[in-house]
Ligand binder design. Structure first.
Ligand code: ATP
Ligand code: ZN
Ligand code: ZN
Length: 802
């Protein structure tokens, strides 16, 4: 038999299966989805078996050296999904297989064999175990015992192969004790026991009352007895003692208060009905649950998941990394208890692996996780939910540039199950699909308990300037903050970006120079003192005075959070401030700690960036301030307005979530801008209409698709030259309907001493595009391999346009 193997070498030449002969001892063990070690050139490397064949078309094939899995790591579905992913992102198959697995599976580890049962195994195998619970896998291999025997015991749950990643200390096995005989036999035993065997009697009595398996240590502690009392009972087969793996549980030791489903409101009821019926009928469909903040979307998700569990199926729930707060986890653990695995980047590699294994071993039925949880190896998927579906963190921005939403739809089609996308501010792409009827639109228009959305006040910073206030805090905002401090209530202040900005603005009239062709703010290039569009090639000199009002206050715009903190402290000296940005949250756990401090009332003001916009739910917060709404509005990104609208809606949702009502102050130089104005009245529908008009006029998604090439090189001329060639090539090859823009410097024109250029393609339908892109990548392959050589990335659905 021949195994077709994808080897762990990411390159154009190796992006195909290689044939290896399966040695006799591995026959039947080597199956699709199993990881193997194979000789490759002078080395031995990791590979994934994707299929088997009777013969090879090559005359001499090498043999598989070793098998890493006895049970396949990747299911058939995931192998296919990897193939699909590789076509859709134009990345190597090996990268796509690896993106689906926890880091640990790619790392170095020791392989061990664990005995989980007290029952006798195959006698030869027992001989190798020689009374131990754990042995090196090597010992098994040297014993020459057949893998089939091993697999039989594994299927019975009697032994397990374990990958020990770090030191042995992290491994956890615990001893468990349980009755080995029926209650009647136990009672008989109790009568047989001599009265002076008090300890033994206590143990038997204990299990007569409660027959569940129990942690050995807890049993002994509880009955205040010793292993010596237990031993004879085990030897006489009244009780059994065995080892059980304890998973490193990041939430271990925490009690989650069990919750029960709410009676749904009429609106929730109407929204959930089509979802439930699709689950029932095992059909694929995509729903958009459009519900204002606090409208009870999460309850709809949880009751849908319940239905899936009742059917014996599984569910994946994706939430943005940043929203995976303890509060969120608590809600799911509270409802579904130990059926839930949680996957997010704050877990250690070992913890992630353990959570992943719970899924693989079908010990959990629900996974709540960030982007990569979409690859959870469930085999019986009944539902996929993506909360806050508009979040750009669902797009992976390196190597395999996939969007979790697309993967979700792909998997749901295979499993004949629904996808539910939820948001208060859906992405334009998604809402447009719902409007066209491609997705089913479900709406929750009211907050729970008829709570009203907080009032939003727009403060015109131009007027502040004209009345002599040159600080970054308006008079109304300052007064409202002081009011809150006096009432012992709390304030959240929000600064959209940290540190840098790329545009210039007139502080007198709010004018920002925009590209006449692309509807994005021009980027300021300091060295040449010029303004450039980084989509097309338009550029112009930096104006001396404002073209709109002739004022000389036109300048670079942007302030860092640290500066803001200093200014704020100066303005209101008695305020206790917590600053949350990339700098203060770098250490593990810092994020959670700062939030806890704020929640406990140890500060009056929480000042932060993006990361505080979501998931915060503090009853004492009655004022939210947005310091510079324009900073996001004028990002050189065609989604700037959409992002501004989403963000303002999200931050507003942070105020007045409980009894005390909330207020929002938004400072801006352009209060008349539709995205700011419509966010202040929570009018998503109107915003959608306005924004769609512009997307159409300037040819952006959802009317057009985009492909973004980013090319970088330490030598500026080389980067520009390659980008020019690529642009020309695409112009020649694509149809006349495609618009190929470039070469232009990226908005972040230099990173790590590499100059960055880009080429953007806007198109409606170019079935051959991928072929041309492949040719480009092939053409530059040698230059891309060199150290300090050319780097070319291609993004077929770009969200980061900097
Ligand atoms: N049917 C119901 N009856 C009573 N309370 C409910 C019901 N559904 C949800 N709630 C409660 O209402 C509050 C808001 O609901 P939830 O957090 O699910 O809204 P959401 O739409 O997910 O909000 P956000 O988008 O802001 O995260 C929660 O405290 C939740 O427990
Ligand atoms: Zn002006
Ligand atoms: Zn332009």
């Amino acid at each position: 038999m021949i195994a077709n193997v994808i080897v762990d070498v990411a390159s154009q030449n190796t992006n195909r299966p290689f044939d290896y002969e399966i040695p006799e001892k591995f026959e039947g063990i080597v199956q699709p989805g199993v990881r193997v070690i194979v000789p490759f050139g002078p080395r031995k490397i990791l590979g994934y078996v994707i299929s088997l064949s009777e013969t090879s078309s090559f005359s001499s094939v090498k043999k598989i050296t070793d098998v890493l899995d006895v049970i396949p790591t990747l299911t058939q579905e995931l192998l296919h999904l990897g193939k699909w992913l590789s076509n859709y992102t134009l990345s190597y198959y090996i990268s796509c297989l690896q993106v689906m697995l926890p880091q640990v599976m790619k790392a170095k580890y020791r392989k061990e064999l664990w005995k989980l049962s007290d029952e006798p195994l195959d006698s030869a195998l027992d001989a190798v175990f020689d009374g131990r619970g754990v042995m090196d896998f090597e010992e098994f291999e040297q014993s020459g015992i057949s893998y089939h025997i091993l697999r039989k015991h594994m299927n019975e749950g009697e032994v397990d192969v374990h990958y020990e990643v770090k030191s042995r200390e992290t491994k956890k096995l615990k001893a468990v004790v349980a009755p080995a005989v029926s209650p009647i036999d136990m009672e008989e035993k109790l009568e047989d026991l001599p009265p002076q065997a008090k300890k033994q009697r206590a143990i038997v009595e204990y299990f007569l009352q409660q027959p569940e398996p129990l942690d050995k240590k807890r049993l002994l502690d509880h009955l205040q007895t010793t292993p010596a009392a237990l031993k004879p009972l085990v030897e006489q087969n009244v009780l059994k003692e065995y080892k059980q793996e304890v998973f490193r549980d990041p939430y271990g030791g925490r009690e989650f208060k069990r919750t029960t489903p709410f009676t749904l409101t009429d609106e929730q009821e109407t929204a959930i009905r089509p979802i439930l019926s699709t689950i029932e009928k095992q059909e694929h469909d995509v729903f958009l649950l459009h519900g204002v903040t606090g409208s009870g979307k999460t309850e709809v998700y949880m009751q849908s998941i319940q239905q899936v569990l009742d059917k014996g199926e599984e569910a994946i729930m994706l939430v943005p990394e940043i929203a995976l707060t303890p509060q969120m986890v608590e809600r799911f653990k509270g409802r579904f208890g130990s059926k839930v695995a949680v996957l997010h980047s704050a877990l250690s590699a070992g913890e992630k692996y353990d959570e992943w294994r719970k899924i693989q071993r079908q010990e959990v039925q629900v996974v709540v996780g960030a982007r990569s949880a979409i690859f959870a190896p469930f085999t019986n998927l009944g539902l996929i939910i993506i909360d806050e579906e508009h979040e750009t963190s669902y797009k992976q921005e390196d190597r395999t540039r996939y969007h979790a939403r697309d993967v979700a739809v792909q998997r749901a089609k295979t499993h004949h199950c629904p996808v539910v996308l939820g948001s208060a501010t859906p992405s334009l792409e998604t809402y447009a699909r719902a409007a066209k009827g491609n997705y089913q639109l479900l709406t929750l228009s009211k907050r729970m308990n008829e709570a009203v959305m907080p009032e939003v006040e727009l403060v015109d910073m131009r007027e502040e300037l004209h009345s002599g206030n040159r600080s970054m805090f308006s008079i109304p905002l300052k007064e409202k903050i002081e009011e809150r401090l006096a009432r012992k209530e709390q304030v959240v202040l929000f600064l959209n970006r940290r540190g840098y900005s790329t545009f210039v603005m007139c502080r007198d009239c709010g004018h920002v120079s925009e590209c006449p062709h692309c509807d994005i703010a021009l980027t300021y290039h300091k060295r040449q003192n010029r303004l450039k569009c980084h989509y097309c090639s338009h550029e112009e000199p930096m104006p001396e005075k404002c073209p709109e009002c002739e004022s000389k206050t036109i300048r670079y715009f942007g302030t860092g959070t640290q500066k803001v903190e200093e200014a704020l402290q100066e303005l209101i000296p008695e305020a206790r401030i917590i600053r949350m940005d990339v700098d203060t949250t770098r250490r593990k756990g810092a994020h959670e700690r700062l939030l806890t401090q704020f929640g406990e009332g140890k500060a009056d003001i929480l000042l932060g960036t993006q990361m505080i916009a979501k998931g915060l739910d503090f009853g004492n917060v009655t004022l939210v301030g947005v310091l510079a709404a324009d900073a996001m509005l004028n990002l050189p990104d065609f989604r700037a307005s959409e992002k501004t609208f989403q963000l303002l809606t999200q931050v507003s949702g942070r105020a007045g979530r409980h009894e005390k009502s909330g207020e929002v102050v938004v400072q801006t130089y352009t209060p008349e801008h539709y995205s700011i104005e419509l966010a202040s009245t929570y009018d998503y529908e109107q915003f959608f209409q306005e924004e769609m008009k512009l997307r159409k006029a300037f040819r952006y998604p959802p009317y057009y698709y985009l492909t973004l090439f980013t090319i970088s090189h330490p030598n500026q001329l080389k980067a520009e030259e390659a980008t020019r060639k690529i642009t020309m090539f695409m112009q020649q090859k694509l149809s006349g309907q495609a618009h190929v823009l470039g070469p232009t410097p990226s908005a972040l024109a230099r990173i790590n001493n590499r100059y960055r250029y880009q080429c953007m393609v806007k198109y409606k339908k170019e079935p051959e595009q991928r072929k041309f892109v492949e040719r480009i990548l092939h053409y530059y392959e040698d230059e891309m391999k060199q150290e300090n050589g050319l780097q070319i990335t291609v993004d077929f659905q770009p969200y980061q346009l900097m």
